[in-house]
Design a protein around this ligand. Structure first.
Ligand code: FES
Length: 79
């Protein structure tokens, strides 16, 4: 297994999220992208919990290389 998280897609997930907590998949192995499904247990990575305080549209990183987890920061354009 590589030392880096798996690149799921070289683009963000555009989602309308409601007010609650979410767990963003940081390992890239989840089958429920961009959210955690427990698959990280076979990897060195852990999911990132984040809270949405008002319903809004977000762009969650799909390449798992962002420096602004869990949000896309444009890094995917250079992969
Ligand atoms: S999808 Fe990862 S930085 Fe944009």
């Amino acid at each position: 297994m590589s030392n880096e998280p798996k690149i799921v897609q070289k683009a963000p997930y555009s989602l309308n999220l409601e007010m609650k907590k979410y767990w963003w998949c940081s390992c890239g192995e989840s089958k429920n992208q961009p959210f955690c499904d427990g698959s990280h247990k076979t990897t060195p990575y852990t999911p990132l919990m984040f809270q949405i305080n008002e319903p809004k549209q977000v762009w969650l990183c799909g390449c798992k290389r962002t420096k602004n987890q869990p949000f896309c920061d444009g890094t995917h354009k250079n992969l």
